[in-house]
Design a protein around this ligand. Structure first.
Ligand SMILES: [Fe+2]
Length: 190
């Protein structure tokens, strides 16, 4: 089931862009369900359908992560912007990892300018109690096993080109941070 998001008027990112982007998100939800159903249907004759089943299984991570990454992205832009709570757990973990909040922002924004289509994700690794920022190609290539996504920034061109042109990538990243609801983001820690 596609989730619904209460996204207010944003700085820089147009309502039209969000509307179109939500349609793309629904496509990932539909395709995730489609693959699930196709696999259970084709499993009735696994030998005959072995090749198709293998390819569907290979494709599953693309569709599933495409769905889930977008849910973190839209959630972070929902309800209205809220500053990060400087007494909260997330802020403390950021300071522990990068020294200052400003260093964290600079590093996240730097990773976001990685060439290609994909995502920049802030993760929490509960095994080591550490935050990690990583680049993910497409939706799934490079996802880190066992870590929880905290903040996902969509760096596919469909997320910003209509409003910013390809050359406006850095402004899109700046505006993304202007629009964030840090309360929703911090809730991803728990
Ligand atoms: Fe997207």
């Amino acid at each position: 089931m596609a989730k619904t998001f209460d996204i207010p008027k944003l700085t820089g990112i147009s309502e039209k862009n969000i509307e179109e982007h939500l349609k793309l998100y629904k496509g990932y939800v539909n395709n995730t369900n489609l693959i699930f159903n196709k696999i259970s249907e084709l499993k009735s004759d696994p030998e005959k359908n072995a090749f198709v089943l293998g390819e569907l299984q290979r494709r599953f991570g693309f569709e599933f992560d495409g769905m889930r990454n977008h849910e973190y992205y839209f959630s972070a832009l929902s309800v209205g912007k809220k500053e990060i709570n400087k007494n909260g757990e997330l802020y403390k973990k950021i300071e522990k990892e990068w020294g200052t909040y400003e260093n964290f922002l600079a590093h996240f924004k730097f990773v976001a300018t990685t060439r290609g289509i994909g995502w920049t994700i802030l993760y929490f690794d509960k095994m080591t109690d550490k935050l990690i920022i990583s680049w993910i190609d497409e939706h799934h290539l490079g996802q880190l096993t066992g870590l929880s996504p905290i903040l996902c920034l969509d760096m596919w061109e469909h997320a910003f080109v209509a409003d910013y042109q390809p050359s406006g990538k850095k402004q899109y990243i700046e505006d993304f941070f202007t629009n964030l609801n840090w309360e929703n983001i911090e809730n991803n820690l728990y």
